[in-house]
Design a protein around this ligand. Sequence first.
Ligand SMILES: [Ca+2]
Length: 258
Amino acid sequence: MKKILLFAAVLATGNLFSQIIYNDIVDSTYSGNYDAYIDIDGDMTDDFLIHGENVATTSFNFVEGGNVGSTNQVLEQQSLSVKVLSANDVIGSNSSLWFTLSSSNTTMTSFNNGTPIAGLWDNQTDKYLGVHFYIGATQHYGWIRVSTGSQDNTLTIKDFAYNTTAGDSILAGQTVITSVDGLEKNTIKLYPNPVTNQLFVENVAVKNYTLFNIGGQLITSGQFNGNSIDLSSVDAGIYFVELVDENNNKTRSKIIIE
Ligand SMILES: [Ca+2]
């Protein structure tokens, strides 16, 4: 019988290796008067609040400041106007302008009788908010993918992701680290994940493997024979498997052992 670990507690301690945590939520559409709370890292603490109002001839939505996630930041195009990012735009320390949500709201859209009077988010499809938010004491870069209606404050939140390494940048729309130490990770197929006993590896000539726990400690390693790694004796939990090919290229992937 394998031991069961508390995944949430393990995740909260942080990772040794840079990883993207991607959360593909069920698309959530809002319009009129609404509050859309977003918890990017799933730690039960909301990180951002997008607020909408529809009053008489005006409607608008903004990323709210001064309350939820008041120490967190969002990328602006200009003062008090939320930037519209496209796929693969870099979100990191060199991005501008970072706006701290300590007091003011920053506008996504504002309409008067359907005519845009402020904000850049009218009629945008699959664009990204760049965000910088705290997990405990460390601050992380991430993105939120959003589509918006035309000439009203309808807004759909599609999915979001963040980099587990504090201070490391992320690309808008990025869901995995695609290359580590020269071995193209996105061509490797690891399955099943979560895995119980045998982890199968395809699309790479692996020479050997090493399994680390989430704290970076070596758990097991070995020569790679055939097409799978036997993990049946490893306790349940979250791990990184490092694969090395014939040219000593390495890649690391996160796996969950059940
Ligand atoms: Ca959170």
